[in-house]
Ligand binder design. Sequence first.
Ligand SMILES: NC(=O)c1ccc[n+]([C@@H]2O[C@H](COP(=O)([O-])OP(=O)(O)OC[C@H]3O[C@@H](n4cnc5c(N)ncnc54)[C@H](O)[C@@H]3O)[C@@H](O)[C@H]2O)c1
Ligand SMILES: [Zn+2]
Ligand SMILES: [Zn+2]
Length: 367
Amino acid sequence: MKTKSAVMYEQRKPLVVEELELEGPKAGEVLIKYTASGICHSDYSVVHGVIGGKAPMVLGHEGAGIIADVGPGVTSVKPGDHVIAVLTPSCGVCWMCKEGKHHMCSQMGKLMATGRMLNGETRFSKDGKPVYHMAGLGTFSEYSVIPEGSAIKVGDNAPLGTVCLIGCGVTTGVGAAVNTANVQKGSTVAVIGCGGVGLSIIQGARINGARMIIAVDPVPEKRALAMEVGATHGVDPFAPEGPVKQVKALTNGLGVHYAFEALGRTDTIEQTWSMIRPAGRAIIVGVPDAKAKIKLSMTGVFGEKRIKGSGYGSASPKRDIPRFVDWYLNGDLKLDQMITKRIRLEDINQAFDEMGRGEGARSVIMY
Ligand SMILES: NC(=O)c1ccc[n+]([C@@H]2O[C@H](COP(=O)([O-])OP(=O)(O)OC[C@H]3O[C@@H](n4cnc5c(N)ncnc54)[C@H](O)[C@@H]3O)[C@@H](O)[C@H]2O)c1
Ligand SMILES: [Zn+2]
Ligand SMILES: [Zn+2]
């Protein structure tokens, strides 16, 4: 069949929106008709060479849609089911899955590293040549073929054009707060970078009962949005005192219990270490260049500070996706506020430019 997709032919060049060939689902795969896809900073980072990616590739990894067909052996979903596409297929049999760490499933690593389906093939092609899939999902496409495990069924009452955000940014952010950090009731939190991921961390911290949530972002509209979804204070990191002093001033000079980085820069990662109190925790969610190095003070080490990365919100999709959808439906998770714009696939390059300027929280492509 044919599908309209946005293809990255070369890093640092605009995506090309065009028609591709899409082969039907093979064993353990499903054909999905995407309803919507959010645009995550990780897509932007692939285009800008911060995160590796094979070209030509259909980008996008934050989608939701309806199952159109299933390959042999598929039992967990059927045509017509509403699903959210997730980053980890949670195979259930690799060592990480067996240890309950579904967000580190070896199949996920394989999909990310190869840009192919699990059997080594691609389902997208152009003029007979393979086109790779980002994370086995390729959500910047009207149709795609994805592994069965990457399709998590949700109720028909969940609006797919909004809960698509749970595919990446929301699960990453809310999960970083409620799973990775397990933010304690009454604690103090700072979040550096209040885009789709940071706003979700703020919401996870609010849901877990944090008493103070400080939103750190240079864009006033982002700080205002952060306050709308649960932050109690806003800090402009570019003010003369800098972010660390301002966060400490708000916490009796001591620093916060938890600081999250949701931007992907080494200087802001180092700031999290400086703004946590002794025995505090720095949780790194933003993804800088994989070869980047950070410097941490020994004072902090002997102050028993801890630093931890958070991958995909330490999520177990079968447990977390339905519960995050419920949190949205009962009003605890505010996702509508996070959607700045609904756009057409053709507007994708403009949306990347806006993201580069820090404008808007999430743009959502509607198919
Ligand atoms: N760990 C994971 O599993 C995972 C998953 C998804 C995304 N990510 C990463 O999370 C990061 C954030 O993604 P996003 O989609 O929310 O990005 P985004 O572009 O929507 O948001 C980034 C925010 O940072 C703000 N900012 C810019 N400079 C700043 C500074 N000096 N101090 C504080 N804030 C500043 C911007 O104004 C913007 O609001 C990216 O690095 C992305 O790759 C990680
Ligand atoms: Zn993402
Ligand atoms: Zn696995």
